[in-house]
Design a protein around this ligand. Structure first.
Ligand SMILES: *Cc1c(COP(=O)(O)O)cnc(C)c1O
Length: 357
C-alpha cells in the first residue's frame, strides 16, 4: 500500500543510542539534555533567534493567542487544517474567514482589510503546504490597524522566504513535528518569535507559568516536549538533507509526468525556497477527483483530501461565505509524497491519474 505519507524512521540503533543518554541521566522530560540539544541545533539550522519546543503543533497556537492577549475577532483562512480554526474558538475568540488566493492557496491578502472591524485583534494565517502567505502585505496591514499576526507554519520546516526562515515573520509562528510532517519528533512542535520579551512569555506559558520551582510568572499550561521526542528529533536530523533531496526529486517527477494534462498545481510564492512538503493537485471538478481517488484506492494508493472540508463550514463557527476556498477544498487532493517514494511508484500513480481524468 502507498499512503499519502510515510513517517521517516531513523535506524533503531541510532535512536536507541541517543535515547540512552536519557537513561544515563535518568531524566525523561522537563527540559532534559536532549530537548535542549535539539532546541540549539534547530535554532542554528533554521536561523531563528528564539524557539521553544512543544508537545505538538496545536497547543502553541493556543499559547500564542493567550500570550498576545487576543480577544474578539481573529481574521483567518478557511483553507487549513482544523487546528487553525479550533484553537481560535478554544481560546474564546471568533474566527472571521477571508477567502483564499486561488493560485497560492494562502489567505487572499487583498481581501483582509475589508474584513477588519473594531473587534479585530489579529490575523492568524497558514503558510499552506509550506507556501508562505504574502507576509509583507500582511505586516503592513497589521501595523496600519494595530493587529497581531500569528502564522500557523506547521508545514514550513526548512522553508525560506526572501532569504530567511519563514518562521521569522509575524509576531509568533508555530510549527508541527507530528509523525506525518517533513521533520518529526513523533508528536511535537515549536513556537517562534523574534521578540525576546514575547519569547519569555511563550516559554513560561508552555511550562505552567513556572519561573523557578516555587514562583510563577503567570498563567500557563503544559506543552513541554519529552526527552523521548527529543531523541527522535535528534536522530531524524542527520537525515534531513537526504529527505529533502528525495522529496524534491519526487515532486519534480510528478510535475513532469502530470504536465499539460489539465491538472492545476499550487503556485509557489516568488522569493520562496520551498520544502517539498506536500504535492497537491487541483482537479476540474469534485466528480473527477472522486473518480480518480476511487481508482487509486482500488490500486492500494491512498491520497488524502487536504484540506477538506473548508473550515468555514465547521459546525462551531458562524456560517461565512468563502466560495473560492469551498470550491478548491472540493477539488484538491494531496498525492503520496515521502522520502522513499520511488520513480516507479510515481509513474504508476500518475498513469492512473491521467487515465481517469
Ligand atoms: C499538523 C497541523 C497542525 C497540528 O499539528 P499537531 O502537531 O498535529 O498538533 C496545525 N496546523 C496545520 C496546518 C497542520 O498541518
Amino acid at each position: 500500500m502507498i499512503n499519502v505519507t510515510k513517517t521517516f524512521l531513523p535506524p533503531a540503533d541510532e535512536f536507541n543510542a541517543i535515547l540512552k543518554k536519557a537513561w544515563d541521566n535518568h531524566w525523561i522530560t522537563n527540559r532534559g539534555e536532549l530537548v535542549k540539544e535539539l532546541e540549539n541545533k534547530l535554532k542554528e539550522l533554521l536561523g531563528v533567534p528564539f524557539l521553544t519546543l512543544t508537545n505538538n503543533g496545536t497547543v502553541p497556537l493556543q499559547i500564542a493567542i493567550k500570550a498576545l492577549g487576543l480577544r474578539g475577532e481573529i481574521i483567518t483562512t478557511p483553507f487549513s487544517y482544523v487546528a487553525t480554526t479550533s484553537t481560535i474558538v478554544w481560546e474564546n475568540c471568533q474566527p472571521v474567514f477571508v477567502d483564499i488566493d486561488p493560485h497560492h492557496l494562502t489567505i487572499d491578502e487583498s481581501k483582509i482589510e475589508e474584513a477588519i472591524t473594531p473587534s479585530t485583534t489579529a490575523i492568524l494565517a497558514t503558510h499552506v503546504f509550506g507556501n508562505p502567505c504574502a507576509v509583507n502585505v500582511i505586516e503592513d496591514l497589521a501595523k496600519k490597524h494595530q493587529l497581531k499576526v500569528i502564522y500557523d507554519a506547521a508545514h514550513c520546516f526548512g522553508v525560506k522566504y526572501q532569504g530567511q526562515s519563514v518562521f521569522n515573520f509575524g509576531d509568533v509562528s508555530t510549527c508541527s513535528f507530528h509523525a506525518t510532517k517533513l521533520f518529526h519528533t513523533a508528536e511535537g512542535g515549536a513556537m517562534f518569535t523574534s521578540d525576546s520579551h514575547l519569547h519569555d512569555t511563550l516559554f513560561y506559558h508552555h511550562n505552567f507559568g513556572h519561573k523557578g520551582p516555587t514562583a510563577f510568572q503567570g498563567l500557563g499550561i503544559n506543552a513541554k516536549m519529552s526527552e523521548l521526542s527529543g531523541a527522535m528529533g535528534l536522530s531524524v536530523l542527520p537525515y534531513l538533507d537526504a529527505i529533502m533531496t528525495s522529496r524534491k526529486a519526487a515532486v519534480e517527477n510528478y510535475q513532469e509526468l502530470l504536465a499539460n494534462c489539465g491538472l492545476r498545481f499550487m503556485k509557489i510564492r516568488e522569493g520562496t525556497s520551498w520544502n517539498y512538503s506536500y504535492f497537491p493537485v487541483i482537479f476540474e471538478s469534485e466528480a473527477i477527483l472522486l473518480k480518480v481517488m476511487k481508482v487509486l484506492n482500488e490500486n492500494g494508493i491512498m491520497p488524502r483530501r487536504y484540506f477538506y472540508p473548508s473550515l468555514s463550514s465547521l459546525n462551531y463557527v458562524k456560517p461565512q461565505s468563502t466560495p473560492i476556498a469551498d470550491k478548491i477544498a472540493e477539488q484538491i487532493l494531496c498525492l503520496p509524497l515521502y522520502h522513499e517514494l520511488s520513480l516507479t511508484d510515481i509513474q504508476r500513480i500518475t498513469n492512473l491519474v491521467k487515465q481517469n481524468l
